[in-house]
Design a protein around this ligand. Structure first.
Ligand SMILES: [Zn+2]
Length: 441
């Protein structure tokens, strides 16, 4: 068999063939997901204020185990992962009575493109748990689905992507203190911002393993992506532009949700991602909101059927009903499908060129729309992609490759009955996030 020249050269130089998204998604193992969930649940409670008295129980024991896991991830064959700990003292607050050490535990897949060392993708999953009372640090709180399942997903992504040749940094992080007020994610988001890191997108994997909802409802065929419509960190000028464009459904976070659906769904059989048009479940929140506050695009992935007998409940049987978040209710096959979709989407995004900047929509009150953007100078951009959907639709309905340049004319397409966005695409088909217009002339 004759290999293409670049491959034979790479092999002659001893380089590894870069893994493909399909290969990596294929390596996701439900048995490993189950093992992580069972191990974390076995710490009894992972309440952020639980005592550090034993090696078998509590948040400190759990995080020491996670630190060990990050070291193992770094030792995998061909692994580029670097373990890190983001330690801080959380000062007293509404759900933290006295100063408490908290630690985000993760691995970093460092950027290989020297011009992108400040760009990052982030996957977070909180590893703390809670019982019925959010201040109860003593009772059992196994937190198998909420959220050992998310940690299993994030670390499984790191496992199968450990040798990925990503252009940008990718962080896989088990975050602390979510149940006490998104404390770990808030610390990490502020830190990345202070260090000048441009977070292209952040994903919070939270509660991703249950397929039997209230009343026995089954929902193993769908998963939800929540994202803010109006950015929490919007400036006055951005607000005016959003109002002029009607951009309430086209924030960078919402485009990220669409991206996950478009590029993730092809990596698992029969798992539909639902782009939810709200930032989170009603009256509730998660780690993604802490990143939104710092102005970063972020979304949350969560199972479709949450079971409220299990979440935030002391394990018990009452009136013939079983309460508590036990590993017995974790569906590893479902979690594996979600993981595969995230691996596929993240791999493409981590290799894609930089997204277009300053996208402008002109042509209002004329029959023809025009999209323009800051001229692209990156030689890796092979084409631009113009997305379009009807102004009453959720998902993109049309995508069209156009020359790189600095604009695209859409003759006969009016501005008012469609929404638009523009992405960059490289020769291999890796696409940036789509960027909706943020300017009108
Ligand atoms: Zn949670």
């Amino acid at each position: 068999m004759r290999l293409p020249l670049y491959l034979s050269l790479a092999l002659a130089l001893g380089a590894q063939v870069p893994p493909t998204a399909k290969d990596m998604a294929g390596h996701v193992e439900s048995a490993r997901l189950r093992r992580t969930v069972e191990r974390l649940a076995a710490f009894g409670t992972r309440h952020s204020l639980s005592k550090a008295s034993t090696e078998a129980r509590g948040i400190v024991a759990a995080r020491n185990w996670l630190i060990g896991e990050t070291r193992d991830l770094a030792m995998l064959p061909g692994s580029r992962l670097i373990p890190f700990e983001d330690r801080f003292i959380q000062e007293p607050g509404p759900r933290v009575p006295k100063a408490t050490e908290m630690v985000n535990v993760g691995v970093l897949l460092p950027a290989l493109d020297p011009s992108r060392v400040k760009d990052a993708l982030v996957v977070c999953a909180h590893y703390d748990s809670r019982a019925s009372d959010v201040m109860d640090a003593e009772s059992d709180a196994p937190g198998a689905v909420d959220n050992a399942s998310g940690v299993a997903l994030a670390f499984e992504m790191a496992h199968v992507m450990c040798a990925d040749r990503t252009a940008v940094n990718v962080y896989f992080v088990a975050t602390a203190g979510e149940e006490q007020g998104l404390l770990g994610a808030a610390h990490l988001a502020r830190r990345l911002k202070a260090e000048g890191v441009n977070v292209i997108a952040m994903l919070a994997a939270d509660t991703v393993g249950n397929t039997s909802g209230p009343g026995g409802a089954k929902a193993g065929g769908t998963v939800r992506i929540f994202s803010e419509g109006v950015p929490a960190a919007e400036t006055e000028a951005q607000k005016r532009a959003r109002e002029a464009l009607g951009g309430e459904n086209d924030s960078p976070s919402r485009e990220f949700a669409r991206y996950l659906k478009r590029f993730g769904e092809r990596f698992a059989d029969q798992l539909e991602m639902k782009v939810m048009l709200r930032r989170d479940r009603v009256g509730r929140g998660g780690d993604h909101l802490a990143f939104n506050r710092e102005g970063f695009p972020a979304a949350r992935v969560t199972e479709t059927q949450e079971n409220f007998d299990r979440q935030h409940q002391i394990p018990r049987v009452e009136g013939g009903r079983t309460y508590g978040d036990s590993p017995a209710f974790f569906d590893p096959g479902y979690c594996a499908k979600i993981t595969r979709e995230m691996v596929g989407a993240f791999h493409g995004l981590a290799l894609a060129p930089e997204a277009p900047r300053n996208v402008t929509l002109s042509g209002a009150a004329t029959p023809d729309a025009r999209l323009s953007w800051t001229p692209i100078t990156d030689p890796r951009v092979a084409s631009m992609v113009v997305y379009r959907r009807s102004a009453d639709a959720v998902a993109w309905q049309e995508d069209k490759a156009v020359p790189v340049g600095d604009h695209a004319d859409l003759p006969g397409v009016g501005t008012d009955n469609f929404f638009f966005a523009v992405a960059t695409r490289d020769r291999d088909g890796n696409e940036s996030m789509a960027v909706a217009p943020t300017r009108v002339p």
